[in-house]
Design a protein around this ligand. Structure first.
Ligand code: UDP
Ligand code: MG
Length: 315
């Protein structure tokens, strides 16, 4: 009996999809064209992150037309872009793994630019959005978080939010071995890379549909990034605590001496209130911060599955 050899493509493209019915067809056509022009073998893995619109049907249609190169992983629910990419990573068969958003803000054609760098010997090629076409608010908050991440985690990359990236299979294998409850893929990959490079990629406004990120999801992702990679935020808090107790200790000594020699002081009640409230808010922030770490530890201890797959459509 002859065993049929499992085909191993050279490139695997992973595309997370959440309610992108307006974009998927154009995305697929352009991606298909670009990948064919590389002359290399490839597969496209769509991860349907619990879409509630026609995306599911459209993806099934695309699969039926291109069974040789398309695979669809369907989640039972919405788990978020990073988890979707993670699931894609766990299923790739290629040697070079490319991630790309479904909304066409980054043109699929730029994949060839990533591949050129890959051939030059880099094992991680990150795109950065040269003229980012998002709202003022999104762009600047993201700049700020990028800056904080740079300082706090010591991971240097231009734009961790840009998903047009190429990874070596080796890095992807390392990423899927991690057991954190939430894996911040771009930063994690940077940590595992031996020879990374950032290159500019194009970015345009969303032509169709709206961003799938609401302010809550964005804040969550910022927290995940800052607390997922280092204990520096916690240590900074201890430092603030030490400094303020030093300061308040001195104040107590001063007040005791003053009471003995001058008498009790009654003024400045509101200053006291202000100080107290300030300290209380610092305290609550600290508790929240500890909660972030404890929650993360708890989730990974319990070994919760990151996602549940409803079905996989592949040949
Ligand atoms: N996405 C996803 N699950 C989500 C949110 C987004 O799979 O819960 C996908 C989405 O379909 C798109 C990509 O992640 O392919 C980036 O999302 P979006 O364009 O909304 O993010 P933005 O460009 O606003 O950062
Ligand atoms: Mg987008």
């Amino acid at each position: 009996m002859m065993l049929r050899k499992k085909t191993t493509p050279y490139i695997s493209v992973v595309v997370p999809v959440y309610n992108e019915e307006e974009s998927i067809n154009e995305l697929f056509d352009r991606l298909f064209g670009t990948l064919n022009s590389t002359g290399k073998s490839y597969e496209i893995i769509f991860v349907n992150d619990g879409s509630k619109d026609r995306s599911t049907q459209i993806l099934a249609d695309i699969f039926h037309k291109h069974k040789d190169v398309v695979r669809v992983i369907e989640f039972n629910n919405n788990y978020g872009q990073y988890i979707a990419i993670f699931a894609g990573f766990e299923h790739v068969r290629g040697q070079v793994i490319v991630t790309l958003d479904a909304d066409l803000q980054n043109p699929p054609e730029d994949i060839s630019k990533l591949l050129v760098k890959f051939d030059e010997g880099y094992d991680l090629v990150g795109g950065y959005r040269e003229h980012r076409q998002d709202s003022f608010y999104r762009t600047y908050v993201s700049k700020f978080v990028n800056g904080m991440r740079d300082k706090l985690t010591g991971l240097h990359m231009r734009d961790h939010g840009c998903m047009l990236r190429a990874y070596s299979r080796n890095i992807v294998d390392q990423v899927i071995k991690t057991r954190e409850a939430f894996t911040f893929i771009t930063a994690m990959a940077q940590k595992f890379s031996k020879n990374p490079i950032d290159i500019p990629v194009r970015h345009s406004k969303r032509k169709r549909g709206a961003s799938k990120y609401n302010p809550y999801k964005l804040i969550r992702i910022g927290f995940d990034l800052l607390t997922g990679f280092s204990l520096i935020p916690l240590q900074m808090f201890t430092l603030i605590g030490a400094l303020t107790s030093l300061f308040s200790g001195t104040l107590v000594v001063y007040l005791v001496i003053r009471r003995i020699f001058i008498g009790p002081e009654v003024e400045g009640v509101f200053t006291l209130f202000a100080l107290l409230f300030f300290m209380m808010s610092v305290l609550i922030t600290g508790i929240g911060l500890i909660g972030e770490y404890v929650g993360r530890a708890y989730l990974s201890l319990c070994n919760h599955p990151r996602y549940v797959i409803k079905k996989i459509i592949e040949k």
